[in-house]
Design a protein. Structure first.
Length: 159
């Protein structure tokens, strides 16, 4: 169900804004997941409605195993949703992770970088898991390699 009950800490009455926050999550993945759930539930209800309507007028089916075509047709919406999710969300995220990993591995001493909090600096020392970034003369910060956001062109940071 798309609507979820708010915890008691919000009080007995929930405002529209709080309910809207539950219906439309902030992250793109959660929004897409909500739409997929809604689509799946609606398609199931539609298929169940149609199958019950046909069941009333259809002749008796043979007692042998289920019809293979109806099984495939029933699974088709689910398979289609996973294919769409893969090409819309999972594949681009894997590509971004691969590019970020290559950027972190290619970092060298003297490179000008942007780190997690938006700070600019120059790499002074490298270790296996950490970078030492000089933000200004005499101020050096140690950060994890994963906190690296971007490598800037040489000469971007003025002394």
């Amino acid at each position: 169900m798309l609507l979820r009950r708010l915890p008691r800490r919000f009080g007995a009455k929930a405002s529209r804004i709080q309910w809207r926050a539950c219906i439309l999550p902030a992250c793109l993945f959660c929004r897409l997941l909500c739409w997929v759930r809604l689509f799946y539930l609606l398609s199931l209800e539609f298929l169940l409605f149609i199958s019950s309507a046909f069941a009333q007028t259809a002749p008796a089916a043979p007692a042998a195993g289920g019809d293979m075509m109806s099984t495939i047709t029933g699974m088709l919406p689910l398979v289609l949703m996973f294919v769409v999710l893969y090409f819309v969300m999972i594949r681009p995220q894997m590509k971004r992770q691969k590019e970020h990993r290559a950027m972190v591995e290619a970092i060298a001493k003297g490179d000008e970088v942007v780190i997690g909090g938006g700070m600019l600096g120059r790499v002074t020392r490298l270790s296996e898991q950490y970078l030492h970034v000089e933000i200004t003369n005499g101020v050096e910060v140690q950060v994890q390699r994963a906190a690296l956001v971007q490598v800037l062109p040489k000469g971007t940071i003025k002394q």
